[in-house]
Design a protein around this ligand. Structure first.
Ligand code: C2E
Ligand code: MG
Ligand code: MG
Ligand code: MG
Length: 285
């Protein structure tokens, strides 16, 4: 694209913006075939119990192995998939594949294995009428109990949500599926609103964890997290913290009463085999 700069001179408007737009456009049109060709894959990041350090589950995080651009993170293509509606079949695939994987892990771990799988849901999936039935079918096919599944929905997706949007989540929660409020604290949180949401887990956003880098952390940061944790617990919600990168953060968040943690300090997202090794190492001490 060129823009006239007076007379007969033409200049590129903004070469970088153009390149980005071209890539965006290219990625968007490539998405459907990528799903058919199996170019998406899932990495798993362990969820660790802060009390005893045991691996309790994992979050499924989707990636795209693009034939030209290499591995692309979800921030590069999820918004595009949401825009075109491809997020519905893509999200269904992520759910199917990660629940299948969880079934395999639980089979190896035995009946008493509390191993759980967390899967992200986009707002578009919430409004899609097939969500509840698809989830039921997927769990059944994998032989996984609803209690082993946690669906993560961002706080911003549920801000101002009306009853129609909450209905499928309520149905899933009644079945025993956990619903987590992801990136909690980044939206303008109406704390009173929490009561009407069918959530059982708060995932505290990474920005709170970043405030725990110093030991001891800033007293105001400590008070804020302490307040959120006590509110969550009084509403019977478990608290998971994201983005734990250091032992100091883990220790302070444990003292503040957070239940579960996730972050590079424990493990980066990785292939399913690595997670299985972590869980095994953990189980044998
Ligand atoms: P999220 O659900 O909040 O996932 C956590 C993100 O934090 C992941 O980024 C993860 O790799 C990253 N992370 C984990 N530990 C650390 C840490 O210690 N430090 C730092 N700096 N980062 C850490 P990722 O994999 O790039 O995913 C980004 C977002 O994309 C996710 O945020 C989630 O909202 C979305 N996403 C991922 N997979 C899916 C999916 O299957 N469906 C949908 N709808 N969204 C997805
Ligand atoms: Mg998440
Ligand atoms: Mg999150
Ligand atoms: Mg986040």
């Amino acid at each position: 694209r060129a823009k006239s700069a007076g007379g007969n001179r033409f200049e590129l408007a903004d070469p970088e913006a153009d390149a980005r737009a071209i890539t965006r456009h290219g990625l968007t049109t490539a998405l459907p075939a990528a799903l058919d060709r199996g170019e998406f894959f899932i990495e798993y990041q362990p969820l660790v119990h802060l009390g005893d350090g045991s691996v309790r589950g994992a979050e499924a995080l989707v990636r795209w192995l693009h034939p030209q651009h290499g591995v692309l993170g979800p921030d590069r293509f999820i918004p595009l998939a949401e825009h075109t509606g491809l997020i519905v079949p893509l999200g269904r695939w992520v759910l199917e594949e990660s629940v299948r994987q969880a079934g395999e892990w639980r089979e190896r771990g035995g009946d008493s294995d509390p191993f759980r799988i967390n899967v992200n849901l986009s707002p578009c999936q919430l409004t899609h009428p097939g969500l509840v039935q698809d989830t039921v079918d997927i769990l059944e096919r994998a032989g996984v109990a609803p209690e082993a599944l946690c669906l993560e929905v961002t706080e911003s997706a549920l801000i101002g949500a009306d009853d129609d949007l909450l209905k499928p989540l309520r149905r899933l929660a009644e079945m025993g599926v956990d619903i987590a409020l992801d990136d909690f604290g980044t939206g303008y949180s109406n704390l009173a609103n929490l009561r009407r949401l069918p959530v059982s887990v708060l995932k505290l956003d990474r920005s709170f964890t970043q405030g725990m880098q110093q030991f001891p952390a800033d007293p105001v940061d400590l008070k804020i997290v302490e307040g959120i944790v006590s509110l969550a617990h009084s509403l019977n919600l478990a608290v998971t913290v994201e983005g734990v990168e250091t032992g100091a953060q883990a220790e302070q968040l444990r003292i503040l009463g957070c239940d579960t943690a996730q972050g590079w300090y424990y493990a980066r997202p990785g292939p399913p085999d690595r997670l299985h090794q972590l869980a095994l190492v953990d189980a044998t001490g």
